[in-house]
Write a protein that binds this ligand. Structure first.
Ligand SMILES: [Zn+2]
Length: 364
C-alpha cells in the first residue's frame, strides 16, 4: 500500500506538469477546412457520462417499460452503461477527440447565461456572449452578430454556411432575415432540387401539424444530409431537438431512445464525412447541448433558472488535428460562450465583431 502511494505521488509529480503544458488555445491547432456543429437540446451530462439513471429507469411513471429499456441500456458499471446508450460517441468521438463536462472529475461546463433555457443558450453558443435581455424563447430576431454570420462574410466561407434545425425558433436566434445564409427549421420544406429532397418535403408535409414547433430530428438530419450531398457546405449547424421534447413529456424511455438515435445520426454523419472527398480527414465536429436539466430525480424533466443543475452542460470536439485526449479528467471550468470563438479558431479564423467575444476553449 505504502509503495503504491509513493508510486502514485511520483507519477502525479512527473505527469501533471506535462499534461498542463499540452493545453493550447484552439487557434494554435492546425485548422481543418470544414466544421460541423451538432447540438441535442437539453441532454444532460449525467446521461452522457453515466448512461441511464438507476432511479429514473426503474420508475414506471417515467419509464413505462423498464424491462426492455434495461435490456438495452442498463449495466451496473457506468462506463459500460454510457457505451450502451451512445456507442459511437464513446468509441469514436471520445476515442479520437476530447470530451468535457464530467463533473465527477471537477471538469465542468456551464452555460454563462442565467436563464438555462434554449434561446439564451444557443445565443450564447453562437454569439460568444450572454445578454440579460435575451431571456425568453420568443420569436424575436436576434440583433447580436453570430459566428456563423461572421464566417459567411469571410471570403473563404461565403455561401458555404448552412443551418438545419428541428426547432423553429432558430431563424430568429440566428437572424435569418439578415445573416445571409440558409436556416432550414421546423417543418420548413427544402428546395426540391432532387428526388430525395422532394421526398423529404412530401413526408414532412404529411407529418406537419400547426402545433409542432419541433420537427422530427430524423427529418432534420435527412434534409441536412441531402443538402450536404448537393451543396457541399463547409460549415454546417445541425440542431436536434427531440431529447428536450421527450424530457418535457416526462418520458425517460423516449429521452434515452432519442439520445441513442442522435448517437446513430452522428455516426452516420461521421461516416459520410470520412467517405467523402474534401471532407475526409478535413472536418472537425463540435457536439454539445444548450442547457442542462434538473439534477434531482423529481426535476429531471424540467430546466430553467429555478431548477438546480440546469446550467450544467458538456461538449465534445473531434477532428483531424484534435489530440485524442478522450474524457478530460482534470479540474477545469468552461463556459458555453467559449464555443463561438472556438468554432472560428478551428477554421483558422478569428471571430471579431461589435461585441466582446469570450475566448476559445483551451484544448489538450
Ligand atoms: Zn426545454
Amino acid at each position: 500500500m505504502k509503495n503504491y502511494t509513493i508510486c502514485v505521488i511520483l507519477l502525479m509529480t512527473v505527469y501533471t506538469p506535462i499534461r498542463e503544458k499540452q493545453i493550447q488555445p484552439a487557434k494554435t491547432i492546425q485548422p481543418a477546412e470544414n466544421l460541423f456543429i451538432i447540438t441535442t437540446d437539453g441532454f444532460r451530462w449525467q446521461e452522457l457520462f453515466l448512461g441511464a439513471d438507476s432511479l429514473l429507469i426503474n420508475d414506471a411513471s417515467v419509464t413505462p417499460d423498464a424491462e426492455t429499456m434495461k435490456m438495452l441500456y442498463w449495466d451496473e458499471q457506468p462506463e459500460k452503461r454510457r457505451k450502451m446508450l451512445m456507442p459511437f460517441f464513446w468509441k469514436v468521438v471520445a476515442g479520437k477527440g476530447q470530451v468535457f463536462g464530467n463533473r465527477f472529475y471537477d471538469n465542468k461546463v456551464n452555460v454563462a447565461n442565467i436563464y438555462s433555457i434554449s434561446y439564451p443558450g444557443y445565443h450564447e453558443i453562437f454569439t460568444g456572449k450572454t445578454g440579460l435581455s435575451v431571456a425568453s424563447n420568443d420569436k424575436i430576431f436576434n440583433n447580436n452578430t453570430n459566428v456563423l454570420t461572421y464566417l459567411n462574410e469571410t471570403e473563404k466561407y461565403k455561401g458555404k454556411v448552412v443551418a438545419f434545425t428541428s426547432w423553429d425558433v432558430f431563424p430568429y436566434i440566428l437572424n435569418e432575415k439578415e445573416n445571409g445564409f440558409p436556416v432550414n427549421s421546423g417543418y420548413e420544406s427544402m428546395e426540391a432540387e432532387t428526388a430525395g429532397a422532394s421526398l423529404i418535403n412530401e413526408v414532412q408535409a404529411s407529418l406537419q401539424k400547426p402545433s409542432l414547433s419541433t420537427r422530427h430530428d430524423r427529418l432534420t438530419f435527412l434534409a441536412a444530409r441531402e443538402y450536404l450531398e448537393q451543396h457541399q457546405p463547409k460549415v454546417m449547424f445541425l440542431g436536434l431537438g427531440e431529447t428536450d421534447e421527450f424530457a418535457h413529456q416526462s418520458r425517460y424511455d423516449l429521452y434515452l431512445e432519442q439520445a441513442h438515435a442522435v448517437d446513430g445520426m452522428i455516426a452516420e454523419l461521421w461516416h459520410w464525412i470520412q467517405t467523402t472527398p474534401g471532407y475526409k480527414d478535413n472536418t472537425t465536429m463540435i457536439i454539445t447541448t444548450d442547457h442542462g436539466r434538473g439534477r434531482r430525480e423529481s426535476k429531471w424533466s424540467k430546466h430553467g433558472m429555478l431548477v438546480g443543475g440546469s446550467s450544467e452542460t458538456w461538449m465534445a470536439i473531434v477532428g483531424p488535428h484534435i489530440q485524442p485526449a478522450g474524457e478530460i479528467k482534470q479540474e477545469q471550468q468552461l463556459f458555453q460562450k467559449q464555443i463561438a470563438q472556438t468554432i472560428a479558431e478551428l477554421l483558422g479564423e478569428e471571430f471579431q465583431t461589435d461585441h466582446a467575444v469570450a475566448k476559445s476553449i483551451p484544448l489538450h
